[in-house]
Design a protein around this ligand. Structure first.
Ligand SMILES: O=P(O)(O)OC[C@H]1O[C@](O)(CO)[C@@H](O)[C@@H]1O
Length: 461
């Protein structure tokens, strides 16, 4: 493994330009988002004032955790999740070479993030979290179903996409003569059609965690069944999450999660309405997708909330970076990277123009690109936040997931929004069901009006 490309900053927060907020394995650098470095930026005095509100928010969060309140209970998962119960439930399918997850949103993205980051073969976990017929058909055609475990997840047990995909997957197993009841684990709530189906066929089931919205449930059975089947260290994931939980403190200067959350909130207050999430690791691309749901569905309330833009380093240096450096002053870029990289040497080039690559390796190149791109934001007077973990291992991924969840909960407290509900998604669900059933509802009336306007039957508005 390569040595750490940059020695850890040792100065205390008060004395260095780039104030680090560190734990043994997670490092948040907020210096490039201070007003002295960027616009929008956060004045140090603003941050100090905000720290008093962080202390109050932390007290509220801790109270909610202690009382197991809906939503706040999410931050108890590292202790509440029993890894052995999950391992027992997956034992009948532990020999599977692949896992197909049928779920959507928080019922799929946690597991997808963890297996992409940590599975020996990330391709061993396929996720059906959309009802695109071509994609579903191609995915099933590409699998040896006899060697594939089915992981069906739905907190409500009623989500149309998940139930529809499950019925298609079940038929595919039947058509190929594979007993699907022997290859399945179901994670769902106490009621609903999925629970009824599991009971009818006496399927191995796991409960969804009480009081935890789907997007906060990665460190529970919802996110840990495919990792357990694929031999990933789920105990390490939970230990990492617990490390981040232990690092929550009444000051943003002492807690990486709260440092990130407080800065994201303060930057939104200063006009950064977009949070471009740019991990510098292919195995963290899905982490960006997971973060997007967490941030958007939790904080997009009451006319506010940062838009999570999904990016990937170094690739998006050749696309979106133009906008981040020279577009509207309405963004903060969140950089994420593992400090340790695999060793892949770059062979000596045989062209003088490429001599700069001689003697380096791909890890050195992506780290140089990371350092250059991070610095390029304040160089263009734009804010950047850095989240670094030591390496891509179970503990660090668990810590990263938990820290972003805690940061999100903190932002919700500071913004005074309903962090743990998502009422705005219901209109589309109701409209879809009514369209499929051929019913006339308020939603379908809107759809019909759009159709009439589209074909010119009525005066345009
Ligand atoms: O786990 P369920 O109930 O199928 O819901 C899946 C996803 O749909 C949502 O409820 C939004 O419709 C998300 O919050 C959730 O993660």
């Amino acid at each position: 493994m390569r040595a750490d490309p940059r020695p850890l900053p040792t100065a205390s927060f008060g004395s260095c330009l780039y104030p680090p907020v560190d734990t043994p394995s997670m490092h948040i650098d907020i210096g490039a988002a201070l007003a002295s470095a960027a616009d929008p930026g956060v004045e140090r005095a603003t941050l100090d004032d905000l720290d008093e509100r962080v202390a109050a928010a932390h007290e509220r969060i801790e109270q909610g955790r202690e009382e197991g309140e809906f939503g706040y209970a999410s931050l108890n998962l590292p202790e509440a999740t029993d890894a052995e119960t999950i391992r027992d439930a997956v034992a009948p399918v532990a020999d599977a070479e692949s896992v197909i997850t049928v779920g959507i949103g928080g019922s799929a993205l946690g597991a997808k993030t963890i297996t992409e980051a940590l599975a020996e073969d990330p391709g061993s976990h396929v996720v059906l979290d959309n009802v695109d017929p071509e994609h579903v058909r191609r995915t099933l055609d590409g699998l040896s179903l006899a060697d594939t475990a089915i992981n069906v997840v739905s907190r409500s047990g009623t989500t149309a996409e998940t139930l529809a995909n499950f019925l298609v997957v079940r038929e595919a197993y039947e058509d190929r003569g594979v007993d699907w009841t022997e290859r399945i684990v179901v994670t769902t709530g106490e009621s609903g059609p999925l629970r009824a189906l599991a009971d009818q066929h006496d399927l191995p089931t796991l409960p969804v965690p009480e009081g935890v919205p789907g997007r906060f449930s990665a460190l529970s059975a919802v996110g840990l069944v495919p990792p357990a089947i694929l031999g990933i260290d789920i105990e390490g994931l939970l230990a990492g999450g617990q490390q981040a939980a232990d690092d929550l403190a009444p000051s943003l200067y002492d807690s990486p999660a709260y440092a990130y959350g407080a800065m994201a909130y303060a930057l939104e207050e200063e006009g950064a309405k977009v949070n471009a999430f740019m991990p510098y690791a292919e195995r963290l691309e899905s982490f960006g997708e997971w973060f997007a749901q967490l941030w958007a569905e939790s904080l997009g309330k009451d006319g506010r909330g940062q838009t999570p833009a999904r990016a990937l380093g170094a690739t998006d240096q050749h696309s979106q970076l133009q906008l981040y450096r020279a577009g509207h002053r309405d963004k903060v870029v969140t950089f994420v990277r593992p400090r340790e990289r695999a060793d892949v040497a770059i062979p000596d080039p045989d062209h003088d123009d490429l001599s700069y690559l001689a003697g380096t390796d791909l890890g050195g190149l992506i780290d140089a690109e990371y350092e250059a791109t991070v610095a390029s934001l304040p160089a263009a007077d734009r804010p950047a936040l850095e989240v670094e973990i030591d390496r891509l291992d179970a503990e660090s991924v668990g810590e990263l997931l938990y820290a972003m969840e805690a940061a999100c909960v903190l932002v919700g407290e500071l913004a005074d929004v309903e962090t743990f509900t998502q009422p705005a998604v219901e209109w589309g669900k109701n409209a879809t069901r009514a369209l499929i059933r051929g019913e006339t509802t308020d939603e379908t009336a809107v759809i019909d009006e759009r159709e009439r306007l589209r074909i010119g039957e009525t005066e345009s508005l």
